[in-house]
Design a protein around this ligand. Structure first.
Ligand code: KIV
Ligand code: ZN
Length: 387
């Protein structure tokens, strides 16, 4: 089994979600929960960005004991120094240095030539290495960079001392086939590929972040970057809980394992959603309200006979108390009878047939039939009998 590490950037890239702003104590609370969830590395912030971010990274470095704590830095000495200062008390500090390598970013944003970018990588990765044991380098906008130049940039960073290379799909532009091929290209052209941690970093602009991250793993990546609930700028980042569980549920296919404690999934998701103020869509895989909810009669009947008929994830595995079988117009007699028994009603066959008919009539008029409706239904039936 190949070991996959998870790098959580909810507190850095995730905080780039418009409207999200974590204070230091919120960041520390989330960081501690990420540690409990089994995350291998936490990107705590961008220390040079503000005094608040610096203090939050410092506080997390002091609060977290087992997990690597990471600070982001541009290719600039001042950024690296500030990250070093913020991380000085971390048990396992790591720096994450980045610079863009796509033509559009180099020309229109950085106003730098290719040669200048390579020189900057060489100089700043070496400087970072003089201060940190673990140096990560990211060629920003890697998936829109010219492949041969990207290889040159990555090789330059490795030669200067980077032991972790992250390949960002900064604008969520790639697809699983292409992203997999890119990792494969790097694998075949970097002589000591296996000594380096290669990492995926995907954005979800075209809804492919999870699939792209999995494609990277299939092609040599041993680390996945992402956020809890997929929070992040624009359409967000890879949702860590999705990749982690996909690897687990399809171990037969991926042959991978991780350090994630799956039972902490829901608690972690709830905390990030509550503190960030970003709600989780009800249909969100793994942690959405409806992820273990079965509405149609055929599905409800199957789940009551054997949950595996329609559930590939046991809710308790990810810390969700139970599945649910909401009663609506598509529900069948099996689910109805089960619910009535749960509510304490032992109805005869004739009473059950009559109640079920009333239930169906009501369900046709309402989106969902509630427990109160069910009590009222039986009560109404009893009154009619008495009359
Ligand atoms: O998406 C991106 O390119 C980033 C970098 C800073 C790694 O978040
Ligand atoms: Zn990003």
């Amino acid at each position: 089994m190949k070991k996959i590490q998870f790098f959580d950037t909810s507190l850095r890239d995730g905080e780039q979600t418009p409207g999200v702003n974590f204070n230091t104590s919120e960041k520390v609370r989330i960081a501690k929960q990420l540690e409990a969830y089994g995350i291998d590395a936490i990107e705590a912030g961008f220390p040079i960005a503000s005094q608040g971010d610096f203090e939050a990274v410092k506080a997390i470095a002091e609060a977290v004991s087992k997990t690597t704590v990471v600070g982001l830095a541009r290719c600039a000495k001042a950024d690296i120094d500030r990250a070093h200062e913020a991380l000085q008390h971390a048990n396992y500090p790591q720096i994450h240095v980045f610079i863009a390598t796509s033509e559009i970013h180099m020309k229109d944003k950085l106003n730098m030539t290719r040669e200048e970018v390579l020189q900057s990588i060489k100089k700043h990765v070496a400087y970072a290495k003089s201060k940190f044991d673990k140096v990560q380098f990211s060629p920003e906008d890697a998936t829109r960079s010219e492949k041969e130049f990207l290889l040159q940039a990555v090789q330059t960073a490795i030669d200067a001392g980077a032991s972790i290379i992250n390949i960002p799909d900064t604008v969520g532009y790639t697809n699983p086939t292409e992203y997999g091929q890119l990792f494969n290209y790097l694998k075949t052209h970097i002589p000591n590929f296996d000594d380096i941690i290669f990492s995926s970093h995907c954005h979800n602009d075209l809804g492919m972040a999870t699939a792209n991250s999995l494609a990277a793993i299939e092609n040599g990546a041993t680390r996945v970057e992402g956020t809890i609930n997929g929070i992040g700028e624009r359409a967000g980042n890879t949702a860590i809980e999705e990749v982690a569980l996909a690897l687990y549920v399809r171990k037969d296919f991926y042959q991978c394992e991780s350090n994630i404690f799956f039972e902490e999934t829901k608690r972690t998701s709830d905390l990030v959603s509550r503190i960030s103020g970003v709600p989780v869509p009800i249909t969100k895989p793994i942690i959405g309200l409806n992820a273990y909810s079965h509405e149609s009669g055929i599905h409800q009947d199957g789940v009551l006979k054997n949950p595996n008929t329609y559930e590939i994830i046991t809710p308790s595995l990810v810390g969700v108390a139970t599945n649910s079988l909401p009663l609506g117009k598509l529900s069948g007699k099996h689910a109805f009878k089960t619910r009535m028994n749960e509510l304490g009603y032992q109805l005869s066959e004739t009473e059950m047939t009559e109640s079920f008919k009333r239930f169906k009539d009501l369900a046709d008029k309402k989106k969902q039939v509630t427990v109160d409706d069910l009590h009222a239904l039986v009560l109404g039936q009893a009154h009619e009998k008495a009359d």
